[in-house]
Design a protein around this ligand. Structure first.
Ligand code: CA
Length: 223
């Protein structure tokens, strides 16, 4: 899962990015509205954290532009405390949720988890597929109740497939959601990660759809 943080306060931006990375996300950062708008317009994010008070272009305008261009990515806005009008303007402009400053990073993380889950159609924080359970809260997975020891890349791969279970996900899409913009992306590595993940899981749930990509789904006879 890949997140964009648009926040001009350098320390706050860094704090959010670090916490998100620690929680298993890939993170891109922007420090003004123009850069943020450009990234959100050209890169496929799973969620965006957008400050309202930004240089170059304010957050409301950025959001209106994205929505005007048909971008449906979940957006969490950061508003100044006591500025209720920012919340109203943000929600009217298409924000999915907001957090007022100052905030606890844990609250932002919880709201981001919820936004990503809901965007993928999952109401609960645990996503289940046959014997595999993905706990989006702790960023951990189990097979038949046994914990899976995954590297960050393997976790991201499994998390993306689980959020989109039943759908065919292309290698390009996986690459775009597993690496940040500066990473030297190579879609061949996806195959390697899928192989390792299959081995660690020990169950045959990740299906290769020839020429299209991968799909995770529970066997139809699963109880
Ligand atoms: Ca600001």
């Amino acid at each position: 899962m890949r997140i964009l943080v648009v926040e001009d306060d350098i320390n706050l931006n860094r704090q959010l990015a670090e916490a998100l990375k620690e929680a298993g996300y890939v993170v891109d950062t922007a420090f003004d509205g123009e850069e943020g708008h450009f990234l959100g317009d050209t890169e496929p994010y799973d969620a965006i954290i957008l400050d309202i008070g930004l240089p170059e272009m304010d957050g409301i305008t950025v959001l209106e532009k994205w929505r005007g261009a048909g971008r449906t990515v979940p957006v969490l806005i950061l508003t100044a405390r006591d500025r209720w009008s920012d919340k109203v303007a943000g929600i009217d402009a298409g924000a999915d949720d907001y957090v007022a400053k100052p905030f606890h990073v844990e609250e932002v993380l919880a709201r981001i988890r919820a936004l990503i889950r809901r965007a993928a159609g999952h109401a609960s924080s645990e996503i289940v597929c046959g014997p595999v359970r993905l706990d989006t809260k702790s960023s951990k997975a189990t097979v038949d109740g046994k914990p899976l020891k995954l590297t960050s890349h393997e976790y991201r791969l499994l998390a993306y497939l689980m959020h989109h279970k039943g759908e065919v996900v292309s290698r390009t899409e996986l690459v775009e959601h597993m690496y940040d913009q500066d990473f030297d992306r190579d879609s061949n590595t996806i195959e390697v990660f899928v192989g390792r993940l299959r081995k660690k899981m020990g169950v045959d749930l990740i299906e290769t759809v020839r020429g299209l990509g991968y799909r995770i789904q529970a066997p139809t006879n699963a109880n």
